[in-house]
Design a protein around this ligand. Structure first.
Ligand SMILES: [Zn+2]
Length: 317
């Protein structure tokens, strides 16, 4: 475990927002890093920067340990949940297309593409889409389906010298050790005028405030907790021009929602599970928007030079 400075303002001035919960002496638990991990309630110490208000896990595991945990992650539940993801991503793609020209032969990179569901949706809509993803298992699954998903991160040599019209990060930025660096790199990978979409949870949303430490997104695998305001500040710091920021929901199957209810209350989860099974509703997709998921759409300004991130030296410890 290492103590870290604030990734937004680089200060080391914080107070505890939520004390650590669960056992963290043995290093990252791979099971906790599945996309659909239901290990709610277990999280590292979460602190709030006294200078800029950014909220993050501190101390936390080393970036290499994190990447290692993600590289070996396997998640069969995610595959079962594909119908919901597909519908959610189709909706996300429509939003992307509101902020840029539609896809015909334009290049899109999905960062943290996992098994390639968004890449598949984008390809079907005429985009020249590809994904990058650290989990070897997820990449194998995507490649077996013929989807162009590479194993690695934005540092992958295959991406060297490439440029894209759109970069998307769906539920990814809260997992990375150094979001500022990821955004800086994304800026450089975008063509001038190119669009970025970043989707994450909002710790400043009314439901997160009301639930406090019981908010289910406080989890081991989440290390940065953004508000709409701090996410916008991160993106502006990397040079982006903000186009829109707001809450966007997703589709989940009832069967999957039950597993989430179960994470919060076992008796209630078991009751709802019986009901859903009895009525055979497990596959039914329902739109869910509790206002605690935000998307920011931003663009690399047309005239912006490529030098923004090259001069930035970041301290991560
Ligand atoms: Zn700060």
């Amino acid at each position: 475990m290492k103590t870290v400075r604030c990734n937004l303002c680089d200060e080391d001035d914080w107070k505890i927002r939520f004390p650590a919960n669960g056992n963290h002496t043995l290093g990252p638990d791979v099971d906790a890093y599945r996309c659909t991990s239901s290990e709610y309630g277990s999280h590292l110490q979460i602190v709030e920067c006294q200078q800029c208000g950014h909220i993050y896990a501190n101390p936390r595991y080393d970036a290499c340990e994190l990447l290692e945990a993600y590289s070996t992650v396997e998640d069969e539940t995610y595959i079962i949940e594909q119908a919901g993801r597909k519908k959610t991503f189709a909706k996300h793609l429509k939003s992307v297309e509101k902020f840029t020209q539609s896809g015909r032969n334009r290049e899109l990179l999905d960062v943290g593409a996992y098994i390639g569901v968004f890449v598949e949706v984008a390809l079907a809509n005429g985009w020249q889409a590809m994904g990058i993803e650290p989990s070897q298992w997820a990449v194998n699954y995507a490649q077996q389906k013929g989807l162009p998903v590479l194993q690695g991160t934005l540092d992958a040599p295959e991406l060297h010298g490439r440029h894209f019209d759109v970069i998307t990060m769906w539920d990814v930025i809260e997992h990375v050790d150094d979001p500022s660096a990821e955004l800086d790199k994304s800026f450089k990978f975008l063509r001038p005028g190119g669009l970025i979409a970043v989707h994450t949870m909002d710790i400043d949303s009314p439901i997160a405030r009301v639930m406090g430490q019981r908010w289910p997104w406080l989890m081991d695998m989440h290390i940065h907790y953004f508000s709409r305001e701090t996410l916008i500040r991160f993106m502006k710091k990397s040079g982006f021009e903000i186009l829109w920021a707001g809450s966007q929901g997703r589709y989940l199957s009832l069967g999957y929602l039950v597993t989430r209810v179960n994470g919060m209350s076992k008796p209630l989860g078991s009751l709802v599970n019986k009901l859903v099974n009895f009525m055979d509703l497990g596959e039914v997709l329902v739109p869910v928007n509790l206002g605690d998921l935000i998307t920011v759409y931003a663009r690399r300004p047309k005239q912006a030079p490529d030098t923004k991130s090259s001069g930035t030296v970041r301290r991560s410890d």
